[in-house]
Design a protein around this ligand. Structure first.
Ligand code: PGA
Length: 283
């Protein structure tokens, strides 16, 4: 991996932010299978359209390379999606959220056992759109621990609101990650996935997605942080994803130059033609 030139730039940026540390090439783990998360948010409007979208992707999935696609529909369509992908080795079911409190008197919520019985394998926690409305750091931590301890692959979403010249985003991302995972026993680390989703890059035109160099810096930062918390060997088990205005036109640069293990895709994941082209483009 030709890393030295980028490394010096990254080192300079981190020093400026007062956050420099030693990074070894050998902790920049290369994990081959790429993860693609399709976050449907509150789409589509009908079960019929949900079925059509996932059936079309499923039909074309035999051409997919070394990728694993996780479709996260709204709860109401979990069954629709599950029925279509149940035999797939490439497509898995994800949930956009989970409730982890005790008991069953929680009107409107969906719990761990229900997600299990629906065939969910992955759970998103701490998406910025949920943090904005309902979930503070305490709740995100509880959801993360509850989900991962129940055997789900758990995607912890983190990301700063904005960036400034002081590099405050490093502190923000560090705090969000530490708050959620400090108490995570090492034996669960293999089920942890971190999705870095800067809020300023979500829901934007594709040219406003993160720049690969910026992503590479923060990826290294997150890996180093995980290495400090769990040790370098455990850190290698954690996949790091990027989300925010990924499209069929910018995903390649983001994945390859950004040094991430996959992407979390919102709007583009509902445009079947574009999305399939994107997935097929991942080697
Ligand atoms: P976007 O959404 O791809 O539409 O920007 C990403 C997300 O919010 O997860």
């Amino acid at each position: 991996m030709n890393f030295s030139k980028n490394f010096l730039e990254i080192k300079a940026a981190l020093e400026k932010a007062g956050l420099f540390f030693i990074v070894h090439d050998d902790i920049i783990a290369c994990m081959s299978t790429k993860l693609i998360i399709a976050n449907w948010k509150m789409n589509p409007k009908s079960a019929k359209t949900a079925r059509e979208i996932v059936a079309s992707i499923n039909k074309q999935s035999k051409n997919f390379g070394d990728v694993r696609l996780i479709v996260c529909p709204p709860f109401i369509f979990l069954d629709e999606v599950s029925n279509i992908i149940s035999l797939s080795k490439k497509i898995f079911l994800g949930a956009q959220d989970v409730f982890v409190g005790q008991g069953v008197s929680h009107t409107g919520e969906i719990g761990i056992d229900q997600l299990k019985s629906a065939g969910v394998k992955y759970i998103l926690v701490g998406h910025s759109e949920r943090r904005a409305l309902f979930d503070n750091d305490e709740i995100v931590k509880a959801k993360m621990l509850g989900s991962i301890k129940s055997g789900f692959k758990t995607i912890l979403c983190v990301g700063e609101k904005e960036r400034n010249e002081h590099g405050d985003h490093y502190h923000e991302v560090k705090r969000q990650i530490e708050d959620a995972i400090m108490k995570l026993p090492k034996k669960f680390v293999g089920n942890l996935i971190i999705a870095y989703e800067p809020i300023w890059a979500i829901g934007r035109p594709e040219n406003e997605a993160i720049k690969p160099d910026q992503l590479r810096e923060i990826t290294i930062f997150i890996k180093r942080l995980l290495s400090d918390i769990f040790g370098a060997k455990e850190m290698e088990k954690v996949k790091i994803l990027y989300g925010g205005s990924v499209t069929k036109n910018n995903f390649k640069e983001i994945i390859e130059k950004g040094n991430v293990d996959g992407i979390l895709v919102g709007r583009e994941s509902l445009k079947v033609k574009n999305f399939v082209e994107l997935i097929e483009g991942i080697e």
